[in-house]
Design a protein around this ligand. Structure first.
Ligand SMILES: C=C(O[C@H]1C=CC=C(C(=O)O)[C@@H]1O)C(=O)O
Length: 415
């Protein structure tokens, strides 16, 4: 665990008279973001930072944030979830092995239900010097990541085989794609384009991991908990074909089984913490520009008493992650098969990403439809996409699904 903390200075929060375009405020090096439909949080500067890994990574992060929250609590005239000091977080897919990053920005600008505010820690310059986002990156060169398409299809076929042997019911297999541009990639341009094209997604950026995720792992507001579980995907089509594909997804026994396992994994993990928990019996459709998903919005109320009643947001995130939307069923066998077949380190892809405030409120999505900007080459990035594999999955169809999912970030890169 490494932590840096220059945060023991005054925290001030003021309401802003005008509602700023949050993503337009970000400085040239990108900063931090969690924005959907123009609302959410952006931040920049670093008042404190934690990098943590190991079997107790999230517990250590929770203790670090509890301690810091005590130092950072301050009068907050806005008083809504996200106002005051916050930490942005990007957790490794496997927090025991990978590095999770928590950043407390010096400046946060937020907007919620039309109310805008700015929180500053210490005395940083209030707004960055504005420069326009950079131009299109010119020519893009793509290269296979860990597995070429044929090898990845072979991995899917092997997974289907293992599922047929009754070893497990579902595993999510992902692949990566490398991209290099002629000029450095501009995170602000990517975030702008992602949020324009994917208004129903959360456009996030934490420590070089950028994306627009449609999946909300867990939101905590007071004791109210909510989640949007996704699993089961169909491509988009033109005209009547699009409606046919939507109806086929809703009626697909394979996709519904894949979806039910993801909902079940979240519900089972949350149940012990909740007095009430509601998961609709039927999934709905979430339609995005590139794909359509089966979706279930789960809501619950956290218990008031006992050890589980006092669990904080990071304890809850640790309890629910990884769901079967990104790992599989049963999770231990699925994680072992992912390690065996994927041939890559997921890093923070498919891990929880979001923010938490000093009151214990916050939102965590799953880091999907994203790319990790290269720390060594500002013109390069690594894109990720994965698919749930169940009995009856067809490797060629799953490969096509990863291509449709990559297309979300590719559209932001291109043009
Ligand atoms: C693992 C990913 O998507 C998950 C979320 C929605 C639908 C999924 C699916 O249909 O396979 C995946 O479970 C990804 O986009 O990389």
């Amino acid at each position: 665990m490494t932590s840096r903390n220059t945060a023991a200075s005054a925290v001030t929060t003021v309401e802003l008279p005008d509602s700023p375009d949050l993503l337009r405020l970000l400085p040239a090096d990108g900063g931090l973001s969690w924005v959907r439909r123009g609302e959410g949080l952006v931040g920049w500067g670093e008042a404190a930072r934690l990098e943590v890994s190991g079997p107790r990574a999230l517990a250590e992060a929770a203790a670090w944030w509890d301690d810091l929250s005590g130092q950072l609590s301050a009068p907050d005239p806005v008083g809504v979830p996200g106002s005051g000091a916050v930490a942005f977080a990007s957790v490794a897919f496997d927090p025991a092995a990978g590095t999770s990053v928590f950043v407390v920005p010096e400046v946060v600008v937020g907007r919620r239900d039309g109310v805008a505010w700015m929180t500053r820690i210490g005395d940083p310059p209030p707004l960055p010097v504005r420069t326009e986002p950079g131009a299109a990156p010119g020519r893009l060169r793509y290269a296979d990541g860990a597995l070429d398409p044929a090898s990845w299809c072979a991995a899917v076929a092997a997974a289907v085989h293992r599922i047929g042997d009754d070893e497990l019911a579902k595993v999510v297999l992902a692949r990566d794609l490398l991209v290099t541009a002629d000029v450095p990639l501009d995170p602000r341009r990517l975030l702008d384009r992602l949020s324009d094209r994917f208004p129903d997604c959360w456009t996030f950026a934490v420590d070089g991991l950028l994306g627009a995720t449609p999946e909300l792992l867990l939101r905590r507001t007071g004791r109210e908990l909510s989640s949007r579980v996704l699993a089961g995907t169909a491509p988009r089509g033109a005209g009547a074909e699009d409606q046919r594909l939507a109806a086929a997804l809703l009626g697909s026994a394979k996709d519904r089984a894949e979806h039910a396992l993801a909902v079940d994994s979240l519900v089972r993990a949350l149940e012990p913490y909740c007095g009430e928990l509601d998961a609709p019996a039927e999934p709905s459709l979430l339609t995005l520009a590139n794909v359509r998903h089966l979706a279930t919005d789960v809501t619950g109320t956290q218990r008031r008493s006992g050890r589980r009643g006092s669990a904080g947001l990071l304890d809850l995130v640790a309890a629910v992650h990884p769901t079967a939307a990104v790992c599989g069923t049963p999770p231990d066998r699925a994680a072992a098969l992912i390690a065996e077949l994927e041939g890559m380190d997921r890093g923070r892809y498919a891990g929880p990403v979001g923010w938490l405030d000093t009151r214990g409120d916050g939102e965590f999505g799953l880091a999907l439809r994203c790319a990790q900007l290269s720390p060594d080459d500002p013109a390069s990035a690594r894109l990720f996409a994965g698919c749930g594999i169940v009995a009856g999955s067809d490797p060629a169809a799953e490969l096509a699904e990863t291509q449709s999912k990559f297309a979300a970030f590719q559209a932001a890169l291109e043009g």
